[in-house]
Design a protein. Sequence first.
Length: 209
Amino acid sequence: MIDMDQEGISVEPILTMAKDHDFNQVIFTNAEVEIENKIGEEGQGWTVAKYLLEFERGGGGSGVAKILSEITSLRTLVKKLSLENNNPSLNDSYASKLSRLEIKAASIQYSALRILGALKNGERPGPESSMMKTLMTQLQQEVSELALQSIGYYGNPFQDTSYGSNEEVIGEEIYRSKAGRYQNLRAASIYGGSNEIQNNIIAKAVLGL
């Protein structure tokens, strides 16, 4: 554990291509840490990190409620666009896609509850956390892609959604966040361990390959 206010440590922001500030880089310059702040045994840092990552990845189900809310909002938006453009087929074409995403979200939610039940009994998330991370990020990206498609050409221009931005919106206000959300979530299949790495963990720990 490190005191972030001590000498030799600086924090610099990393902006995503959507101009969101979700991450920072921490720079160590001759920084020292007290021996009593050590977690675990010397030389076992990666083991400790992997243990922590199990809980980070396994917690992906906590965001399912937000995704379900986004799907509901998207369903409302598609109905609105369908009426405005006198195009009932637009609503019909999205209905099955949105229902499929809702079913996928519900299945992830139930899996998350099973993991929480295991944690309550003192168990570790295990390789299930890698499955949850992969499924959750894929779902997030699918929903954001469908949202971007729904607004058509209004999804093309970049609209700054960063805090304090006063840029004039192109189209309706609800369109502003669609492209930014889509761009931001391109990183979802990378952070916390890329989906390819999660597939390797699943292959080894679950399938025994």
